[in-house]
Design a protein around this ligand. Structure first.
Ligand SMILES: [Zn+2]
Ligand SMILES: [Zn+2]
Length: 885
């Protein structure tokens, strides 16, 4: 018998337990030949970030996966790390240096980067410790950072290989440009914000054009319409002199099938340097592409003195005024709704413009597949189509294919300083030869120009898109490009677990990059978790003030409770709701686990053997609990293997609370039970609970003093020799009796402390019932219990029939019939009144039409419930009156 602390205080235990796990080396798997490992590459949080609910969800789910596999004896590796997140981190530090009046430009590249790296170093510890706070059992000895030396080498290696394969090229292309971040953005880094604006119809020679951005039209010189458009046939290939913003210009009318006769006036002008579609058209017709807006968002000199150097968007009204004065404005539509594209990092409107950038060609056939070669894009589609990679839930396949089919060449260059600088050098010699114009692309920095031998070299100033490095995450973290045992043994990884919101940003790019670099898939499964929403299903955000800080919740309720609230009731790919009461509810469950174990400890003799002998199982209760436990183990194993963590967690939760605590431990009070079985069941339960609530279970395991750590224990497997169907069924009959009596007591409002009498006719189960008399009496709170095989129907008694057993409870023990009838009639009257008043409202067409829909629905539902209650009450009153007579 031993006493443990009365209440579980998570705060007192969690940090120490984590330290013990980490120190013990339990997080680092041993490579076992012939045993397939289970590996997860943790999606790296931003090095300068803090833990948010998305991370918390990811960590909880992945830790459950890893602990489960580890306990199954599978070498399980979870690689942690952080991402340098170039744009986000640079923005942060730029804000910091701005506070003291500096910019990155006043500081210079080297000094600025020094400061960024210092900042990262300091804040990296924050996120590391927060990952630990969640109980994540990841292998810290293998921790990586996307910008560490090894990963940088991997990045350069892939870049150089791709360049040599002509997959990476440099070209003038139209890109999404963020004026504030002064960098390009990938297509999927652009967000769309619905906006109301003015839409202008402007007379342009023989046609009228429509645009929301007249300021981009300065140098439009090409008009396009569909070749079959009869309205414009007479104009095709003709030139016009048109009065325009800066005076007369020469314009040409072209025919092209891409013009939509149904849209607007059917004719449009081209702005090749600032519109993606116009750019493609201009390329096709070999037209001049002139940039009128620069990377600072200001007009270039080419627009003329009046506007050169001025912000383009801010000049809109002034330009419209000029057009108006010239009588060129046909009409203006107010409140035109359109999607404004904005930067996903800072919300600034994106300025499409032409610039020289680096791209990855996604359509060039370069990956070997048998005798032929396929493109990055095709391979990425094929591996999912052929089932080599499974996306869970599979409805995301469609979205994945759709995105890849639409994928254009990936712009990988960024004009920010923090990140992987491209392994590209240019000859700056004063005596350049013809060959000097070719960029030098190699992993190691060159010392001289291969063309002219000059040592005047300059490295490309652009850095790589962050996703370029995180795209290599599963294998660069295992030592690639060097040969490494880790890489051989642990790659491909088993599953990538992440939020569905980065399926394209990241997951798809990992598939592209890994297939190229290694010729294999990065992972076999993709498990996408849902996003966390608030109590009302709204997205959490800082501005709405409805966010929950997981660290606050850990402080308040403990990590185990937070983990449960992020897993139970959720399923792959579906958003879920989180709120404090929910977490508090799971805190109660964690306490329940503690209390039940505490009770078990107190009922365990000191010398209870840790191994139990099957020959010692004798009592009904022991056989029943062992049977229930085996069934639980069987089902939970299926759920866990299929990533149905919510189902598994719910089943363990229900077993712990409903079966183990409410029945098994209750039955054991005052009843002799085999302590060996109690220990066995408790241990098995702690094991099953461990992946979900690692801290409280490890603390309790520690109290068992078996000298091991639960994290390394063996996962329970189904043992059919511990299933006793017959005895379990028999005990369940007894429980049914107790349940029936309890439910009548509850229905009739009998106080828990009051004991009542009962008569049971047990038929062929009489012997069993007699044997369990004391349990029934104690748990159903009976004073006298008469048991017989059969007998007369008792008068003035409530009767219940379960599984061939008659139960009679004398009414006089339960309540005074006359009083009860009066009470119920009164209640009936009250409810009827209420039902009538609601009924008249919902039958009033005026109300139904005018009131909010939700209110009408609510009232209707309430009316239904009241009606049901009325008929139930009436039935009960009739029954009572029959008894009375
Ligand atoms: Zn931006
Ligand atoms: Zn040279």
């Amino acid at each position: 018998m031993k006493e443990i602390e009365k209440a579980y205080e998570a705060k007192k235990y969690e940090d120490d337990i984590y330290k013990k796990w980490e120190k013990s080396g339990s997080f680092s798997p041993k490579k076992v030949k012939d045993k397939k490992p289970f590996v997860i590459a943790m999606p790296p949080p931003n090095a300068t970030g803090t833990l948010h609910l998305g991370h918390a969800t990811m960590l909880a789910v992945e830790d459950i996966m890893i602990r489960f596999k580890r306990m199954q004896g599978i070498p399980s590796l979870w690689i942690p790390g952080t991402d340098h997140a170039s744009i986000a981190t640079q923005n942060k530090v730029e804000k910091l240096v701005a506070e003291r009046g500096e910019t990155r430009h006043t500081m210079g590249r080297e000094k600025f980067l020094e400061e960024v790296n210092e900042f990262v170093k300091k804040s990296q510890n924050t996120i590391r410790n927060q990952i630990r706070k969640m109980g994540s059992s990841c292998d810290w000895t293998r921790e990586r950072y996307t910008l560490d030396a090894g990963l940088s080498k991997a990045v350069s290696e892939v870049f150089v290989r791709m360049y040599n394969d002509n997959l990476i090229y440099r070209g003038h292309r139209i890109v999404n440009w963020c004026v504030r971040c002064t960098s390009t953005l990938a297509d999927d880094e652009v967000e769309f914000k619905e906006e109301k604006t003015k839409f202008y119809y402007i007379k342009y020679g023989p046609i009228v054009i429509g645009t929301a951005r007249p300021e981009t039209k300065f140098l439009d010189k090409i008009i396009v319409a569909h070749p079959d458009d009869k309205r414009y046939k007479k104009y095709f290939n003709k030139n016009f002199t048109i009065d325009w913003i800066n005076g007369p210009i020469e314009a040409t009318f072209l025919a092209d099938k891409s013009a939509d006769p149904e849209f607007g006036t059917g004719a449009m002008t081209l702005t090749p340097a600032h519109d993606f579609l116009d750019f493609d058209l201009a390329k096709k017709h070999k037209l001049e592409i002139v940039q009128i807006i620069g990377q600072d968002g200001n007009f270039t000199d080419i627009v003329g003195k009046q506007f050169a150097g001025k912000n383009a968007r801010a000049s809109r009204e002034a330009i419209v005024k000029i057009l108006q004065e010239k009588g060129l404005i046909d009409r203006i539509e107010e409140n035109y709704v359109h999607n404004l594209s904005v930067c996903y990092r800072c919300g600034t409107p994106v300025e499409p413009l032409v610039s020289e950038q680096w791209f990855v060609d996604v359509n060039k056939a370069v990956i070997k597949e048998g005798d032929k070669k396929v493109s990055l894009k095709k391979r990425a589609i094929d591996v999912v189509k052929k089932g080599k990679i499974e996306i869970i839930p599979d409805r995301f396949n469609k979205i994945y294919f759709h995105w890849l089919n639409d994928l254009r060449d990936w712009c990988i260059s960024r004009q920010i300083w923090f990140g992987h600088r491209m392994p590209v050098w240019y000859c700056q010699s004063d005596n350049k030869k013809a060959t000097c114009s070719k960029p030098i692309v190699q992993v190691k920095a060159p010392t001289k120009c291969p063309g002219c031998g000059s040592n005047k070299l300059e490295q490309e100033s652009d850095t790589l898109d962050t996703w370029f490095s995180s795209g290599l995450w599963t294998f660069s973290t295992l030592g690639w490009p060097d040969k490494s045992e880790d890489l051989d043994y642990f790659h491909p990884t088993a599953v990538l677990e992440t939020g569905y919101d980065i399926l394209f940003f990241w997951v798809a790019r990992m598939i592209l990059m890994t297939n190229y670099a290694l010729g294999e898939i990065p992972f076999k499964q993709v498990y996408l978790h849902g996003l966390v929403r608030d109590k009302n299903g709204k997205k959490m955000s800082k501005s709405a003030g409805n966010g929950i800080d997981p660290l606050d919740m850990i402080e308040k309720f403990g990590t185990d409770a937070v983990r449960l609230s992020l897993v139970i009731g959720t399923s792959a790919g579906n958003d879920f709701r989180l709120y404090e009461e929910k977490i508090a509810g799971y805190r109660n469950f964690v306490n329940k686990i503690w209390n039940s174990a505490r009770f078990a400890f107190m009922n365990m003799p000191d010398n209870t053997p840790q191994k139990f002998l099957k020959s010692h199982i004798k009592s009904h209760a022991d056989k029943w609990i062992l049977t229930k436990l085996q069934l639980l183990i069987k089902e939970v194993n299926v759920d866990m293997e299929n990533y149905h963590f919510s189902e598994a967690g719910t089943k363990i939760y229900n077993f712990t609370w409903g079966i183990y605590c409410d029945w098994y431990l209750e039955m054991s009070k005052g009843e002799h039970m085999n302590p060996e079985v109690l220990v066995f069941v408790l241990k098995s339960l702690l094991k099953l609970l461990h992946p979900f609530v690692p801290f409280v279970t490890e603390s309790l395991w520690n109290h068992l003093e078996v000298g091991t750590m639960l994290i390394n224990e063996e996962w329970p497997v189904y043992d059919k020799t511990l299933v006793f169907t017959k005895e379990a069924k028999e005990l369940e009959d007894i429980m049914e009796i107790i349940n029936s009596i309890r439910s009548i007591r509850a229905e009739k409002g009998v106080e828990p402390a009051r004991k009542i009498n009962a008569t049971i006719y047990g038929g062929n189960k009489t012997k069993l019932i007699q044997a369990k008399e004391s349990i029934i009496k104690r748990m159903a709170r009976l004073e006298n219990l008469t048991i017989a095989a059969k007998g007369e129907k008792l008068p003035k008694a409530l009767w219940k029939y379960v599984n061939g057993i008659d139960i009679y409870l004398p009414v006089e023990d339960l309540f005074d019939i006359a009083q009860e009838v009066i009470r119920m009639k009164k209640k009936l009257e009250e409810i009827s009144k209420k039902a009538d008043s609601i009924g008249s409202r919902i039958n009033n067409p005026n109300f139904v039409e005018r009131a909010p829909k939700e209110l009408v629905e609510k009232e209707k539902k309430q009316h239904e419930e009241l009606t049901a209650e009325i008929s139930s009450l009436q039935k009960q009153i009739n029954e009572l009156q029959n008894l009375h007579n």
